[in-house]
Design a protein around this ligand. Sequence first.
Ligand code: SF4
Length: 215
Amino acid sequence: MSKELNQLAKKFHAYLRKEYSDIKTILKYRTQFQLLVSIVLSAQTTDENVNKATKGLFKEYPNAKSLGSAKLKSIERLVFSTGFYKVKSKNIHALSKILVKEYNSRIPKTIEELVKLPGVGRKTASVFLAETFDHPTIAVDTHVLRVSHRLGLSTKRHDPVQTEKELKLLFPKDFWRYLSMSFVQFGRDICDAKKPLCDVCDFNNSCKYYLSLNT
Ligand code: SF4
C-alpha cells in the first residue's frame, strides 16, 4: 500500500469524523427485530419512506411472532409505499417465521447466519450488526463502492467483498461501523453519482476520478 494512499485515507477519515461526527441511522425502531425488518425494507427507497411504512406495520405486527402469523396481503398493504412490496413482504414474512421457529425469536449475531435469512444480504447484515452490536464491520453499498473507487481507495468498482477488505486495511477499526453512513452522506452532499461537486471537494487534488478527467 502506497504512502500517498495511506495519507489520503487518513485525511478522508479526519474529514468524515469532523463533518459527520453525530451520524446515525434515522430508521425508527424499538427492537432488534424491527431494525432488521426496517433495513430489509430500505432497499431501493429512502429511510424516511421506510419509517412512514413501519409506523403502521409495527403497530399491527411489532414482533416476529405477530408478523410471521400475519396474512401476506395485510403486510403488502402496509409496506406498499416502500416499493418492490411483493418481494419485500414475502421476505419479512418468511424471515419472521424462521426467527420464531429456529431462533426462538432472537436475531442471530453473525453475518453467516444472518445472510441465510430471506431478504438479508451481506450489506443488510453488516448494517444491522454495526448498528446493534457495535460489530467491527463495513456495509458496502453502491455509494460506498462509488466514493471509494473514485477516490482510489478501492480497486474493484463493483466488488463489495474486495472493497470491504481494502477499506478495512485503510481505516481504523473503531471507525468501521460509521464508515458506511459517512461515505453515503459524503456521496449525497458532495460526490453525487451524476453530478459530483468536484470543484468544491476537499479531495480533488488527489481524487483518481477527478484527476483522470483533467489530464
Ligand atoms: S473530487 Fe469529485 S469525484 Fe473525487 S471525491 Fe470529490 S466529488 Fe467525488
